[in-house]
Design a protein around this ligand. Structure first.
Ligand SMILES: Nc1nc2c(ncn2[C@@H]2O[C@H](COP(=O)(O)OP(=O)(O)O)[C@@H](O)[C@H]2O)c(=O)[nH]1
Ligand SMILES: [Mg+2]
Length: 320
């Protein structure tokens, strides 16, 4: 029924025109791994690359969603159109959740210049990296000026998701000691901008100083800007946006934006390909009694692990 409602051509046109229903439908196709999503994104891909893409990451509860909402408000005041893709399961970008936070994001749910989407976290076999990439491309093709991608990260699993971003914003708050340790230990990649949110909290200055001292150790031309913010009151939100713009302007000035985007895209392609290869491998081994026997032989110490790997690779990928 849905397909009858949206033939590919209409869907492409609808996304291009920024039609909300078309975008919602298109992103659902992507999320469901629907075969129709491929020709859609393929058709629109040459029109992408215009949007400014900002990855917003940080531990749960620091105020990423709230800060994005405040930035959306700020950007709408300046007539910029905005897309948001959130892959944060802990605070779904639902009307209710943000209404509860007294942020008038409900206005933005009706605003044609804003499109907000929470992604399911289970996804299909291509995984979250694939779904997020495709959703960002669709928002870009719908001519959104700025796209935020929210991910929960403490430096491990979802970091690849921010691989699409021109600028990575790390959000912390007083008490985000683990993240500071992760930065210090080099487990977490140094972001481009750091917001220490909840500046209404008495310990925020201490946190700011801690973050400053860590970041001060970084290479001078990779040193991120750090700013205190209060998402709920909108405090320092315009200043935060300035920092994001300054980072981007710096990349453009040094000719590094294209380089970064090229690197990001090839990384994304590899990430998606790897995730598919892994899913394929798992399915192949699970469905193949012969490969199961290979694994059992390893368990019985009749076959060494690397010989088993070679046999599996030969059979599944035809490579030795
Ligand atoms: N006091 C205070 N609370 C905030 C601020 N920003 C967000 N919060 C609250 O912190 C909680 C988590 O916010 P949320 O945006 O969902 O964080 P996320 O998990 O990082 O996306 C919510 O209850 C917000 O109302 C802030 O600047 N100050
Ligand atoms: Mg959130």
């Amino acid at each position: 029924m849905a397909r009858k409602e949206w033939p590919l051509d209409d869907l492409t046109k609808g996304v291009r025109a920024g039609d909300r229903r078309a975008l919602a439908r298109a992103i659902s196709l992507v999320e469901n791994g629907d075969p129709l999503a491929y020709p859609l994104v393929r058709e629109l891909y040459p029109e992408t690359g215009r949007a400014v893409v900002i990855g917003v990451t940080g531990p749960p509860g620091v105020g990423k969603s709230s800060l994005i909402a405040a930035l959306v408000e700020h950007l709408r005041g300046r007539d910029r159109t905005v897309g948001v893709v959130s892959v944060d399961p802990s605070s779904p970008f639902s009307r209710g959740a943000l209404l509860g936070d007294r942020i008038r994001l409900v206005d933005h749910f009706l605003d044609p210049g804003v499109f907000i989407r929470s992604m399911g976290t289970r996804g299909h076999q291509g995984g979250l990296a694939e779904t997020t990439l495709q959703a960002v491309l669709l928002l870009d093709a719908s001519r959104k000026d700025v796209i935020f991608v929210e991910t929960v990260g403490a430096g491990q699993s979802e970091v690849e998701v921010t691989g699409i971003a021109d600028t990575v914003l790390l959000v912390l708050m007083p008490g985000s000691g683990d993240s500071v340790q992760a930065l210090k230990a080099g487990i977490m990649e140094i972001p481009d901008v750091i917001a220490v949110n909840k500046m209404d909290h008495p310990a925020s200055k201490t946190m700011l100083n801690e973050v400053r001292s860590i970041v001060g150790l970084a290479d001078p031309d990779r040193r991120p800007a750090i700013i205190l913010t209060e998402a709920l009151g909108g405090q320092n939100v315009p200043e935060l946006w300035e920092k994001v713009e300054e980072h981007r302007a710096g990349l453009e000035r040094d000719g590094k934006l294209e380089e970064r985007r090229r690197r990001n895209l090839s990384r994304e392609v590899f990430a998606v390909a790897s995730s598919r290869a892994k899913a394929h491998l798992q399915a192949a081994v699970a469905d193949d009694p012969e490969l199961q026997r290979v694994l059992e032989a390893v368990e019985r110490r009749e076959l060494d692990p690397l010989t088993a790997v070679r046999e599996i690779m030969e059979k599944v990928f035809k490579i030795g």
